[in-house]
Design a protein around this ligand. Sequence first.
Ligand code: FMN
Length: 356
Amino acid sequence: MKISNRKYEHLKIATKYPEKDYYTGFEDVLLVHEALSNFNFSDIDTSTFFIEKNISIPLLISSMTGGFKEAEKINRRLAEVAQKNLIPIGVGSVRVAVEEKKFLKSYSIVREVAPDVPVISNIGIQQLIEGGTDLAEKAVELIDADALAIHLNKLQELIMPEGEPNQSGAVDVLKEVVRKLKVKVIIKETGCGISKEVALLASHLKINYIDVGGSGGTSFAVIEGLRAKKIRDIEKLELSKKFSFWGIPTAISILEAKSVENVEVIASGGIRSGLDVAKSIVLGSCCAGVARPFLEAAIKGPKFLEKTISKFNKELMATMFLVGASNIKELKAKPYILTGIVRDWVFQRELTQSYK
Ligand SMILES: Cc1cc2nc3c(=O)[nH]c(=O)nc-3n(C[C@H](O)[C@H](O)[C@H](O)COP(=O)(O)O)c2cc1C
């Protein structure tokens, strides 16, 4: 199957399969209500700084699409809302644009429409191992990006019928890319989370941001399992079922990554409300990425997308009012309580200390 067709199939399945209540860990992160504080709800300032630009809310439209006809319309809608609301935005893997020029516009439309926000390009580690720093530079240039996200997706590569579960040479290529690239580098999981060991390695490699892409949200094990079912690849389907719940839940992965000094963490994976965004910030993330809810809204139309962004914003502001934080810096300093699985995990993995 051509990659552009596969990308379209991912999008169709990702927005249709029933999203169950998978465990993100945010269920076991409690914030503390503060009954008295000296500011009005309307005084709350959600703005922050991300990839050298001011943004209005610590939200990110996560890397999703590009590389087929319909993707241009979706990316245009996402970029319009990103520009209007000053929200950073990522695109899906630009591999297709590198291989088929006719699809370039479906990605480059994002920078055209959103000149003032951080735009993040995207490529897989497998492609970088083959294409090296030249490919990394091209991925940035193609869409005039402010950063390059390099996705790590072992589980998807294992289950995807066309998968290439190869990582030999990955660390060397990452080291070279960070050395050569003039923009920020992000490593990003796509649903299985980042551990403190990987965060520590990333920190040694001087990678600027870690997007945890934890479990609990969109599951590529499920998506690839449904694709395998369609072509009757029973072995892959069985593998998908076994590993549908594999990974580090998002809230836990934030704590794993934040246990390493000097790393900037982006929360993502199952962020479904402004309350989840607030919890991500309190746990130490600089912002929170959202994929599926924005994609579904973008497909429905610009009005739905605006409404979804506004809902996230209002819920974040409500949480800030309730915990007594008038800005993002104050929110970061607020206390939190860990219960259940998250508390057990943090204790057993000794996540309170910093690993240098
Ligand atoms: C249709 C679709 C396509 C995606 N394509 C990419 C991609 O090309 N590169 C990438 O790094 N992540 C990709 N992702 C993963 C998202 O960026 C995000 O990490 C993941 O969906 C978890 O977020 P969510 O639970 O809010 O959907 C994709 C997600 C969806 C739904």
